[in-house]
Design a protein around this ligand. Structure first.
Ligand code: ATP
Ligand code: MG
Ligand code: MG
Ligand code: MG
Length: 564
């Protein structure tokens, strides 16, 4: 590719609306341009990196036996109603109507669509296991899109779905994906950790998040200094908190009100297992404290304080909604919806309170005697029961817990029969008996992976791409593009490298050397060959690695051979 004929609109100034380094650098390097909040154009350089990640993902998914397909971005509401998520997904689901008034949404994920496909096509146990994946644009109307591709509204995801005849089969599928994910992120050159993302009292590990370690990460992760234990902070345990969890063994029961449903019904209604970690903690009041359980994210403008929170108050922090409870809340008028992560601060001593009522945003869906920590965990549970650095590890005797920040680039999840049951995706087993299919789902944020990579690989001059996801492997800078000899030599190097299959960018622009070096550093191409009149007089060129490498002055053939 010739720089002079290519499209890399670099920018000298740091864009003011970009907070994290990857966002700043992707804008400055001309990789992306914003169209609207959380919606980006992928410019040629950015697209090349995106495609690199996609290719790695594709190769490893195929290696693991998954099969690529492509599903539509637009999904009919009926399917979401069938799964129950039309009601519960919240505002992240972008809904609209067609000209005939039929309801649709932009797909934020594809469990419904794939399960619908499978229920129509899979009849027999012989057709499983099968794992289908796509690399496709998703839309989630995020409350606060930010950090460029890291948290966009429209973004590219690889999503895979496995279908098995039973749970042990599903475990095997899960394990395969887990291993494929490790390979993918290793191949991308990332420093990452796979962390437990959903333990809970179901037992076993049903979900892992793949976290790229970075200070700018939105997630906190906990790991042991001695053993392999690592978990998302929301799901983290310590031996210290175990003691609290077992302090009150009173069983959870549901409130006997007219029309009250069973725990199973409530769970189904909420779309969560009753013992599953929940996303949002709401404290309201009913003489005794009440915790309402909501699924999904809610728009900040929609916070409705239908109750009297007593001495409680809501505060908007930069990223989170903070619910400060300074005294015992009194007076009940129904559940409250809050957006984002809820931090409970001040001295509402949740450990001591075991008579919580949990419920959804609807009548007759409450559970009594809920014990925080035993029956539910809370996101952003900061000041009260949070794991702190140095806490004893829950898995080994000698380890102490460490805390890191991470970016969730991938997520593997055992779904069980949640969607197959709801959509009635069944098959006939070897005895001709009808059975429900076991599912798993597995996502990777493609753009977020590129951004996370830049978070880990940059310096004050710009991006330092690792080879596997670099848009080009090598840049050849012709220092005086008008000098015939320099021109001829750089053309020759360019052609030779291209023939050898090296992805090379020839900076043939009529610009000053300093200007070209600045751009080369900014866009982060791993290897650079500088062709200048001075060294060329001796038949030599400069070879430099972007990552702090020494400058080597080498004969042309040697430099080319090294790059190949
Ligand atoms: P987050 O916790 O960051 O909101 P998520 O848990 O909602 O992510 P999943 O539903 O697990 O995301 O989707 C799979 C993957 O898609 C994530 O691991 C992440 O890499 C990517 N992803 C999710 N939301 C976004 C987004 N808004 N922008 C870019 N990538 C995203
Ligand atoms: Mg999300
Ligand atoms: Mg997440
Ligand atoms: Mg996730």
């Amino acid at each position: 590719m010739r720089y002079s004929q290519y499209f890399i609109p670099t920018v000298k100034e740091t864009p003011s609306d970009a907070e994290v380094i990857s966002h700043k650098l992707m804008l400055r390097a001309g990789m992306i341009r914003k169209l609207a909040a959380g919606i980006y154009n992928y410019l040629p350089l950015g697209l090349r990196s995106i495609r690199k990640v996609e290719q790695i993902v594709r190769e490893e998914m195929n290696r693991a036996g998954a099969i690529e397909l492509l599903m539509p971005a637009v999904q009919p509401a009926e399917l979401w109603k069938e799964s129950g998520r039309w009601e519960f997904y919240g505002k992240e689901l972008l809904r609209f109507k067609d000209r005939k008034d039929a309801e649709f949404c932009m797909g934020p994920t594809h469990e419904e669509v794939i399960t619908d496909l499978i229920r129509k096509e899979i009849r027999s146990y012989r057709q499983m296991p099968i794992n289908l994946y796509q690399i496709q644009g998703k839309f989630r109307d995020e409350i606060r899109p930010r950090f460029g591709l890291m948290r966009g509204r429209e973004f590219i995801m690889k999503d895979a779905y496995s279908f098995d005849v039973n749970e042990s089969g599903a475990d095997v599928s899960y394990e395969k994906m887990y291993k494929a994910y490790r390979r993918i992120f290793e191949r991308c050159g990332l420093k990452f950790r796979a962390v437990e993302a959903d333990t809970g009292s179901i037992g076993g590990n049903y979900s892992h998040e793949f976290m790229v370690l970075a200070d700018s990460g939105e997630d906190a992760i906990v790991s042991c200094s001695c053993c392999e234990y690592a978990a998302n902070m929301e799901k983290a345990e310590t031996r210290k908190s175990d003691a609290v969890e077992h302090a009150d063994p009173r069983p959870m029961e549901h409130v006997a009100t007219p029309g009250q449903k069973s725990i199973e019904d409530v769970s189904a209604f909420l779309g969560v297992n009753a013992t599953q970690v929940v996303k949002t903690l709401i404290v309201v009041a009913d003489g005794e404290p009440v915790v309402a359980l909501l699924r999904g994210d809610y728009d900040l403008n929609e916070i409705k304080l239908k109750n009297h929170l007593g001495a409680a108050e809501l505060e908007m922090a930069e990223d989170d909604v903070v619910l400060k409870v300074t005294g015992a809340p009194t007076g009940y008028a129904g559940p409250v919806g809050l957006a984002g992560k809820v931090k409970v601060v001040a001295d509402l001593s949740l450990q001591g309170m075991h008579n919580f009522v949990t419920g959804a945003n609807a009548a007759d869906t409450h559970l009594k005697n809920v014990n925080i920590g035993r029956d539910f965990q809370v996101e952003g549970y900061v000041d009260i029961r949070n794991v702190v650095i140095g806490d004893p590890c829950p898995r080994c005797d000698s380890g102490k817990l460490e805390i890191w920040r991470g970016i969730e680039v991938g997520h593997v999840f055992k779904l069980g029969t949640k969607y197959s049951k709801a959509l009635n995706a069944s098959f006939l087993d070897a005895n001709g008996k009808e059975q429900i299919i076991f599912m798993g789902c597995y996502g990777i944020g493609i753009g977020r992976t590129v951004a996370a990579c830049i978070e880990q690989n940059h310096d004050e001059n710009g991006i330092i791409f690792p080879i596997p996801i670099a848009p080009f492997h090598c840049i050849v800078s012709a220092l005086s593009a008008k000098d015939d000899e320099v021109k001829a030599a750089s053309e020759q190097i360019y052609n030779e490298l291209m023939e050898a299959g090296v992805e090379v960018l020839l900076d043939d622009r009529d610009e000053r050397p300093g200007f070209k070096f600045k751009d080369a550093d900014l866009i982060g191409i791993p290897l650079r060959i500088v062709v200048g009149a001075k060294t060329l007089a001796e038949g030599k060129v400069e070879l430099k690695e972007r990552r702090g490498g020494e400058v080597e002055i080498l004969p042309i053939a040697e430099a080319v051979a090294k790059v190949k």
